[in-house]
Write a protein of this length. Structure first.
Length: 325
């Protein structure tokens, strides 16, 4: 099945930048779209709820201004991430705002709901749903999602458990629609590898934390540049759901990364003189692919690097391929 035009036209690279809690704001999204990849943000990052309309007005206006000034290199589309679990008491409000701005791509998480997908389709948008296994993938498509984001082992935040090889190949046995792969993708070669596995696009998050436009404190950005895969800890202690976190941030919070208990974050003991650190704000999520991120750069420079590496890898692959008659 051919990808919808919104995922092919106006893109410099087959990449969607993942919505990063706290970190993805209009500054980062606009920079990503101008650089030629899909930028995204969680609706819940806009606080209070009324701020979502302010953000969408700014994003759509600035991208339209960019397109008018640069018709030869128009911006890529943007996406909004919606947590569709019933516990999200903002969902109805946030979907109504997205409808007014006809958000082109909606990324749904934590449950698949047909009425949400129908609403997005009604205004002409598409829905990509993130999944960690084949069972959830089938449920998402059955309920009307247009495409899937396979969140494999090694992804930042609430990562999956399965190898990208296993996850993608199982989904591809029955689904030929849009498929993105998330998990340790931080250079151009990895984007091409995702396509070789059977995905259509790469889904990149952690590398964008170390950009000038990211809404992350300087220490977080610097830690990204100094750490590698061996510095990522997989635990369910912090939020009750398994996720990947930077080991030095756990140490700074008074935890022993090598001897973490399981599950109940309410019972973490930081001592009477310590304020309990907050997930994402003090204990920093990150994927395993950051070993190739060695400096904090503008978003445009990061996308330039990804594009150069992707094109070099593609050219190298073509040179190594056996000649065909």
């Amino acid at each position: 099945m051919a990808l919808p035009k919104i995922l092919t036209e106006r893109l410099r690279l087959p990449v969607v930048a993942s919505p990063l809690f706290i970190i993805s704001t209009p500054d980062l999204v606009i920079a990503q779209c101008k650089a030629g990849i899909v930028g995204s943000f969680p609706a819940l990052n806009a606080r209070p709820a009324e701020q979502l309309e302010v953000w969408l007005e700014r994003i759509t206006r600035e991208l339209a201004e960019h397109d008018a000034a640069h018709p030869d290199r128009p911006s890529a589309p943007f996406a909004v991430n919606q947590i569709v679990h019933r516990s999200n008491d903002r969902l109805e409000h946030d979907m109504a705002v997205c409808a007014r701005y006809k958000v082109p791509i909606v990324i749904t998480s934590l449950g698949a709901r047909r009425e949400i997908n129908d609403a997005v389709h009604a205004w002409g948008g598409i829905v990509l749903h993130d999944v960690i296994d084949n069972t959830f993938a089938k449920k998402a498509i059955e309920k009307g999602a247009d495409g899937l984001i396979a969140v494999a082992a090694g992804a930042g935040g609430h990562a999956g458990f399965q190898s990208p090889f296993a996850l993608v190949q199982e989904i591809r046995t029955w689904f030929d629609g849009p498929l993105l792969l998330s998990g340790s993708i931080a250079n151009g070669r990895a984007i091409l590898s995702a396509q070789a596995l059977g995905a259509d696009m790469g889904y990149i998050g952690s590398a964008f934390i170390a950009t000038e436009e990211a809404n992350a404190v300087a220490g977080y950005k610097q830690m990204i540049t100094e750490c590698g895969a061996g510095d990522i800890v997989h635990t369910n202690l912090i939020t009750g759901v398994h996720g990947n976190y930077l080991k030095p941030s756990l140490v700074a919070a008074g935890l022993d990364p090598d001897n973490l208990p399981t599950s109940d974050p309410s019972k973490m003991d930081f001592g009477s003189d310590r304020q309990k650190p907050k997930a994402w704000k003090d204990i920093w999520g990150c994927g395993q692919g950051i070993g190739v991120v060695d400096r904090v750069v503008p978003t445009a420079a990061l996308v330039d690097r990804l594009a150069r590496e992707y094109n070099d890898a593609l050219a190298g692959l073509q040179q190594r391929s056996p000649a065909t008659a």
